[in-house]
Design a protein around this ligand. Structure first.
Ligand code: AMP
Length: 489
């Protein structure tokens, strides 16, 4: 199935093509036709499943760009507002559909100006309610979307939402998205939706099965060495390393640069221009490694990312899904590699349960193992190297004093030394040890303070999104800046 199979407007289809989407995701396959048919809808889908396009594409396809606000999207947080707005902007720009992002904590004037020019308003409940109640804006949207409805209720926005709907026209198409479907959500749906169709994407469908997920258990102090060793071993063409905090990003960029990697950080506070330049370098291969926080990587749309590393495990399953979804795009396979300390094993188990996928535990490869895997590539590389005139001259000169076998041994030693795997050997934890620890962690679960959400409780707090801030070897293809370059400290 392709996006051509939906009855979308040509300018919307062109934008989808430009975004590089090849195949609709499961939630898109189900939701897009229903929305185009004009139904109200309630969809159970998590972040990372492509839900923004699932409502955005059909909604925008039916818009007229007549200068009025035709669509209203209500989201729980400012970060999500920006993320959704970015995503809708790129789908709508060829159709003349502008978006306005509305959230609290900033001046009213500019936001109101933007709303006046927008076809779509993406807003958080508090500020939206303020604007409507004070009469500063009037909205008459044909489409209303509640995104992450469960999160909004968790954050205590039920009253605001109900109030907002009193300002909206009765004649409208309403779409509701929620990762979970507790009773309060179903009740709200009854109040605001009209004869809705239901879409439910099961967890296993929500993660891409082309992504193999590994985790490595290491002590905290071993994290940096373990990361370098794994990058050496996996030899990614392009990878993203996710951190929790910006200062960790800076530190890792410095550390990896010193090790000779072509690396750059991606900061939330980077200027747009600089961000674009960096992303372009990453796309074109001038940079092999991006180190980023979740927030900074928002909207980052790069194909061909072969590996995603989680330097720290994210706090919640949604971030995890979102992060690892940066690889395995466009039908390609990818690897997600997570470093955890022994006391984070319980988080691994929780994520496995939430995303419905198994994470494979592995042991950090030793220096010898990495060395051996490099040997094969080295042989291949030597066999494929063109003999130059300079090389012939050099051998001739060497032959004045040495026999040919000794010369070969010396040259090979030189290459070996340059290609040597440096850094300390990482101890990490063995498989049996990990299993024992998991068992113990799961037994202790009963002592855990209740999360009280009955559905896995993976978002037991509101620190999400911006909270802070096997063994198949890949052939090294000689692309790495570190290969044979001898530029390692
Ligand atoms: P969302 O669940 O809307 O936050 O989307 C998660 C990410 O997947 C975003 O970066 C989207 O641009 C991307 N995405 C959504 N739909 C598709 C698709 N059909 N093919 C490839 N990427 C997609």
């Amino acid at each position: 199935m392709t996006f051509q199979d939906f009855n979308l407007k040509p300018t919307i289809l062109a934008a989808v093509e430009e975004a590089g989407f090849k195949e609709p995701s499961p939630v898109q396959k189900e939701a897009i036709p229903l929305v185009l048919e004009g139904h109200d809808m309630i969809a159970q889908a998590q972040t990372g499943t492509g839900k923004t396009a699932a409502f955005g594409l059909p909604m925008m396809s039916m818009m007229e760009a007549d200068g009025s606000v035709e669509g209203l999207v209500i989201v729980p947080t400012r970060e999500l507002a920006m993320q959704v707005s970015d995503e809708l902007y790129r789908f709508g720009k060829l159709s003349g559909l502008k978006t306005a992002t509305v959230y609290g904590g900033t001046a009213y004037g500019k936001q109101i100006e933007r709303i006046k020019q927008a076809s779509i308003v993406v807003a958080t409940p508090g500020r939206l309610q303020d604007l409507l109640m004070s009469g500063k804006i009037k909205l008459n949207p044909k489409f209303v979307v509640l995104d992450e409805a469960d999160e909004m209720l968790d954050m205590g926005f039920l009253d605001e939402i109900k109030n907002i709907f009193t300002f909206l026209p009765k004649e409208r198409q309403t779409l509701m998205f929620s990762a979970t479907m507790p009773k309060a959500i179903r009740k709200l749906a009854e109040e605001i939706l009209n004869d809705p169709k239901t879409v439910s994407i099961t967890k296993s469908e929500s993660t891409n099965s082309k992504i193999t997920q590994y985790y490595y258990v290491v002590q905290d102090r071993e994290r940096d060495d373990a990361l370098v060793r794994l990058i050496d071993y996996k030899n990614p063409d392009k990878c993203i390393i996710f951190c929790r905090m910006k200062k960790e990003v800076d530190r890792l960029v410095a550390h990896l640069t010193a090790q000779g990697f072509k690396v750059s950080g991606l900061h939330g506070d980077m200027e747009q221009k600089q961000r674009e330049v960096t992303i372009r370098a990453f796309k074109q291969g001038g940079i092999d490694i991006f180190v980023a926080t979740d927030v900074a990587a928002r909207g980052l749309d790069v194909n061909d990312v072969t590996h995603v590393f989680n330097y720290h495990i994210p706090f919640d399953s949604e971030s995890y899904v979102h992060r690892i979804g940066r690889t395995g795009r466009g039908g390609k396979s990818g690897e997600a590699i997570t470093l955890v300390s022994p006391n984070e094993l319980r988080t691994i188990k929780r994520i496995e349960k939430d995303v419905g996928a198994k994470l494979i535990t592995q042991v950090i490869p030793t220096r010898i193992e990495v060395q051996n895997s490099r040997q094969d590539e080295l042989i291949e590389k030597i066999a494929n190297t063109q003999i130059t005139d300079k090389a012939i001259e050099l051998v001739k000169t060497l032959q004045h004093d040495l026999d040919i076998v000794t010369i070969a041994h010396l040259l090979a030693s030189m290459i070996q030394n340059e290609n040597a795997v440096k850094g300390k050997d990482v101890i990490g934890l063995g498989l049996e040890e990990v299993e024992l620890l998991i068992e113990r962690a799961m037994q202790n679960r009963g002592n855990d303070r209740g999360r009280g959400r009955g559905h896995g409780g993976y978002r037991g707090n509101n620190r999400r999104r911006n909270s802070h801030g096997g063994g198949n070897r890949h052939n090294r293809n000689g692309r790495s800046s570190r290969n044979g370059g001898g530029n390692r400290g």
